[in-house]
Design a binder for this molecule. Structure first.
Ligand SMILES: [Zn+2]
Length: 243
């Protein structure tokens, strides 16, 4: 047994616990096993966030090729379950966030992975926003009506994608470019008038994967006032060193 490594791990664990217990902790993308039909069997697993000291979590209510109805059904199902359980709270404002923290409840808001969730209807963006969806990414790996995905032949943002970004900015929904293709992400960053995020994307310089970001996108994201959230999946982080 490597005692030095064990000590290092213990120190890291203590440090992590200290940071978490003294900070408002927000996981900006918790992936539930969504898809139709979506039931409530998995939702009790949300307790793991509470037990780990997380205050707020954004749950995705759909991704990729899921259709409009499936997104709304998933969103409605989770909202109903959360509203029926005292340890959880739907959050839609910054005041809600602090209230959830102060009352020891896990605050829940929502996100969407890809503009297929709106079909060709811009009006659905404000509908999702009114139900607690606070960010949406444009294209999930593959091209869609709004633009290109990071694992497809990305031809850049479409005219409809331009309208989607404008409408998201109008209603106060954050534009995310994770899973989105390089050209489309560049187009979004160029036209954005509000902060753009990459909610869960890592550095391409460390692991050369289409899901990871070259440095120029990271810099342009920061210039909009946005942030890049780290993705914890090993495939995008590289091989682990040590045990
Ligand atoms: Zn994702």
């Amino acid at each position: 047994m490597n005692c030095k490594l064990t000590d290092q791990k213990r120190d890291a664990l203590d440090k992590a616990k200290s940071i978490i217990s003294n900070t408002l902790v927000w996981d900006n993308h918790g992936c539930m096993p969504v898809g139709a039909p979506f039931g409530t069997d998995f939702l009790p697993e949300l307790r793991r966030y509470r037990e780990a000291g997380v205050n707020i979590v954004s749950l995705n209510v759909g991704f990729g090729e899921m259709d409009v109805a499936d997104h709304f059904q998933t969103l409605a199902t989770i909202r109903r379950w959360v509203s029926m359980h005292d340890d959880y709270m739907l959050v839609s404002t910054s005041a809600d966030v602090y209230l959830a923290e102060q009352t020891g409840r896990l605050g829940v808001c929502f996100d969407i992975e890809g503009a297929n969730a709106i079909g060709d209807l811009l009006s659905l963006i404000s509908a999702y926003h009114s139900l607690g969806v606070r960010w949406m990414l444009l294209a999930y790996n593959l091209n869609n009506l709004a633009g290109g995905g990071c694992q497809d032949d990305d031809d850049g943002m479409t005219a409809f994608g331009h309208d989607v970004v404008r409408e998201m900015e109008r209603v106060g929904m954050v534009v995310c470019c994770s899973h989105t293709g390089y050209r489309t992400a560049r187009d979004v960053l160029k036209m954005a008038t509000k902060p753009v995020v990459f909610s869960h994307s890592n550095a391409h310089d460390i692991v050369a994967h289409p899901r990871n970001l070259p440095d120029d996108l990271v810099r342009e994201c920061a210039q909009t006032g946005g942030v890049v959230g780290v993705n914890g999946i090993g495939l995008f982080l590289g091989p682990a060193d040590g045990d």
